[in-house]
Design a protein around this ligand. Structure first.
Ligand SMILES: *[C@@H]1O[C@H](CO)[C@@H](O)[C@H](O)[C@H]1NC(C)=O
Length: 252
């Protein structure tokens, strides 16, 4: 899947101080964390970024995630996998979406939008189908993503909630805070940055996030004229975007 890098200056992204290039490949979903990037292609093919190329990883997944708790994924039958010693080991539980971006915790949602998480000890040690032991997070979400101090979720209607005081030893956190707006997906970076995509494929960044204001202050639209997005992920100051048609854009 090697190919040329299309140099493509997307005008509006420039106002964020970002330079965006289209890169080779086509994906359905992407996740960046811990300095690594993983993606799922159209037939469930799994890839990881090495230098300027995509490397094929064995396996067939519906959603992949990489972060301080390792590389995890779920397939179309909701089976949970973790990359252990270079191959996918089946883990406990059944999830449709999973996130390893928290402080060595793992979190995800089931087909019925139940939220589960596993704290650091469980998540890091997990190596077989007997682990990890999950804890239930109250409430229902269809998408859930964690950063170092908080997780962000979307309920079935796309309304946005922050789960406060999530920590490596207590992945459940304390309570939900309702955030304004409505999204189709939301991702928290390992650095705590928060991005989302609405149902029209528009990209938003949450601004004003601080220790005092983990919920930030506002959503700012990132305008990519004429483009609609289905998925994104941010890590180490790099924003990875997947267009509705599968094209991949990298912004730095
Ligand atoms: C996807 O759409 C963009 C415009 O939004 C276009 O530049 C690109 O070539 C398309 N990619 C594919 C694979 O069709």
């Amino acid at each position: 899947m090697r190919g040329c890098i299309f140099l493509l200056l997307l005008l509006a992204a420039v106002s964020w101080g970002l330079i965006c290039n289209r890169i080779d490949g086509r994906l359905k979903q992407i996740d960046a964390g811990n300095g690594q990037v993983f993606g799922v292609g159209h037939s469930g093919m799994v890839v990881t970024r090495r230098g300027a190329h995509w490397l094929r990883v064995p396996g067939n997944l519906a959603h992949v995630t990489v972060g301080p708790a390792g590389v995890w994924g779920v397939d179309r039958a909701f089976t949970v996998y973790k990359l252990v010693g270079g191959s996918w080991a089946i883990m406990a539980g059944h999830l449709k979406q999973i996130d390893a971006g928290g402080d060595q915790i793992i979190a995800g949602v089931s087909r019925r939008n139940t939220v589960f998480c596993a704290s650091k000890q469980q998540a890091v040690r997990a190596a077989s189908y007997l682990s990890p032991a999950y804890r239930r997070v109250p409430g229902g979400m269809k998408y859930y993503s964690c950063g170092p101090k908080a997780c962000w979720g979307l309920n079935s209607a796309g309304y946005i909630y922050l789960r406060d005081h999530v920590s490596s030893n207590f992945c459940v956190g304390s309570h939900w805070r309702r955030i304004g707006g409505r999204l189709a997906m939301v991702e928290v970076g390992t650095d705590g940055s928060v991005y989302g995509i609405n149902r029209c494929g528009r990209v938003y960044r949450r601004v004003g996030i601080s220790t005092k204001r983990p919920d930030g202050t506002a959503w700012r639209h990132m305008n990519f004229p004429g483009r609609r997005f289905r998925h994104l992920s941010a890590d180490l100051g790099i924003l990875w975007l997947v267009e509705v048609n599968g094209s991949i854009i990298r912004c730095q």
